[in-house]
Design a protein around this ligand. Structure first.
Ligand SMILES: O=P(O)(O)OC[C@H]1O[C@H](O[C@H]2O[C@H](CO)[C@@H](O)[C@H](O)[C@H]2O)[C@H](O)[C@@H](O)[C@@H]1O
Ligand SMILES: O=c1ccn([C@@H]2O[C@H](COP(=O)(O)OP(=O)(O)O)[C@@H](O)[C@H]2O)c(=O)[nH]1
Length: 448
């Protein structure tokens, strides 16, 4: 059995290699527990462009995984990561074509970085390797590898949504991008909607590629254990004491406009307006670590949320009660597991999301004798398999407010019945089954 070579823009930093944060890195780390594996990508570091700079590859092995990373120059980081990947492809794929900040020069940097990744990966490849490329930063990497003569099986998985052709065609490179994907032997996406949209795109540009659905999951057994074992932890005890027996609502999202945070704050505000009996009686903790903080839309979002939290806390706060506890730094995932277990309600209300692992983590963390309630957006990739959650339209503040009231007053019998429906899927589709199914499909595609 040959090696698995994983390529993604984001590779966990050395200090996070045993406990990474961020959906893609978390899922991959859980999935790559077995077998020999090379994980290649960006180090997360930027360097100044010096004459003769040629992206040295830094290699480090932790347990069964060899990490090979390269730094990006400031100009590459700006054009490839901030502008084209996160300022153009990200909003477009999240159905927000209006937020695209398109300039052709960024597409050229994006293409050049993909070709540089291919050149740097090439000498690391060995006979028998299977290559698995991840996410929108690297759409053209498969074609760039083929152009260098790589004949190994190559698969591609898209972690974020894929939009309908009517939106995708707004991208000037839509045709060439979709046609370049013919280089892949297997293409995976999160949901049926994404597969339909991408396959429509392929047929519009005359490409013979085909997208299939491989939904991602978590490692529920270890997450559930962590949630229960961590209750004795000092920080978890501090949180518990601070609740003073009040019902506890939690939200955990990167500070990203796709996560629907202003809309969620508005929903909570309407909840306080329309259900005054909960004022002073609940605790809402929103963990929203700053993400992609140099992209203008993300900076604007931070200001908008800071203002909304200030307004709500100013309006409804009391000398002994803060309506929203709002953090813009990250919380370690080990700690979050027990925070979820303490939470009576989780608010997961993205406007659009590839999957959303937080929804699955929240379910895995619950005490089945007294589970909390998941309030979930219909537009999360996790939604089709989690219909026993309280489903909401994240644009409708009144619906969020009603769902909060319903969750906080729901009898234990109904909470258990809903959790009993949610649990099987969280345990059936895991990070391991996701990786195993994709890799099997890749093996078959080449031998077929
Ligand atoms: O690498 P960053 O720019 O800091 O962003 C973090 C990751 O965000 C996205 O995560 C997605 O993947 C999750 C796992 O499949 C999925 O649950 C979630 O819905 C997606 O948004 C992005 O796709 C990753 O490439 C980033 O590393
Ligand atoms: O402060 C934080 C915020 C998030 N996460 C983790 O980051 C991942 C986020 O994945 P998700 O699929 O929900 O969204 P993404 O950020 O990848 O879009 C989940 O495992 C969270 O538990 C974390 O460890 N600490």
């Amino acid at each position: 059995m040959g090696r698995l070579v994983v390529v993604s823009n984001r590779v966990p930093a050395p200090r996070d290699r045993l406990q990474p944060a961020g959906g893609l890195a978390v899922a991959l780390r859980s999935a790559l527990k077995e077998g020999s594996c090379l994980w290649f990508g960006w180090s997360g570091q930027q360097v100044s462009e010096k004459v003769g700079h040629d992206h040295a590859v830094n290699v480090d092995t932790v347990e069964n995984i060899t990490y090979a990373t390269i730094d990006l120059t400031h100009a590459e980081y700006d054009g490839f990561y901030q502008k084209y990947s996160n300022g153009i492809l990200w909003p477009l794929c999240h159905y927000r074509a209006g937020l695209m900040d398109y300039e052709r020069k960024d597409q050229i940097i994006y293409q050049n970085v993909n070709e540089m990744f291919a050149r740097k990966l090439l000498p690391l490849l060995q006979p028998g390797d299977q290559i698995w490329i991840h996410d929108y930063h690297l759409f053209p990497l498969g074609q760039a590898l083929r152009d260098l003569g790589v004949a190994a099986p190559i698969g591609f998985f898209l972690h974020i949504p894929f939009p309908p052709w009517s939106l995708m065609r707004a991208l000037p490179e839509a045709h060439s991008l979709l046609r370049s994907m013919q280089a892949y032997d297997v293409i995976g996406v999160q949901t049926e909607d994404d597969a339909r949209n991408m396959n429509d795109g392929f047929s519009m540009v005359g490409a013979t590629a085909k997208a299939e659905v491989f939904p991602i999951g978590i490692d529920p057994d270890s997450f559930a254990k962590q949630a229960a074992d961590g209750l004795a932890n000092l920080e978890v005890q501090r949180l518990k004491e601070s609740l003073r027996g009040k019902p506890f609502i939690i939200g955990v999202d990167r500070l990203d406009y796709s996560k629907g945070l202003p809309e969620r704050f508005r929903g909570y505000e309407v909840f306080l307006e329309r259900y005054p009996e909960h004022r002073g009686k609940v605790v809402y903790l929103q963990v929203a670590p700053v993400s992609r903080g140099n992209v203008p839309e993300y900076r604007a979002l931070r200001q908008e949320l800071d203002a909304a939290a200030g307004r709500i806390n100013g309006t409804y706060g009391e000398f002994d009660w803060t309506p929203i506890r709002y953090l813009t730094h990250s919380v370690p995932r080990t700690l979050l597991a027990s925070f979820y277990r303490l939470a009576d309600v989780a608010l997961v209300t993205p406007l659009r999301d590839g999957m959303n692992l937080v929804a699955k983590e929240y379910v895995a963390a619950q005490d089945k004798a007294d589970p909390g309630v998941l309030i979930l957006s219909r537009f999360a990739g996790a939604a089709p398999d989690m219909e026993a959650a309280l489903m909401v339209n994240p644009h409708d503040a009144d619906e969020i407010a009603d769902a909060l009231h319903k969750a906080l007053t729901m009898p234990n019998g109904e909470r258990q019945a809903r959790w009993d429906h949610l649990e099987p899927d969280v345990w059936r589709v895991t990070a391991l089954t996701w990786a195993r199914d994709f890799i099997q499909a890749l093996g078959k595609a080449r031998s077929a």
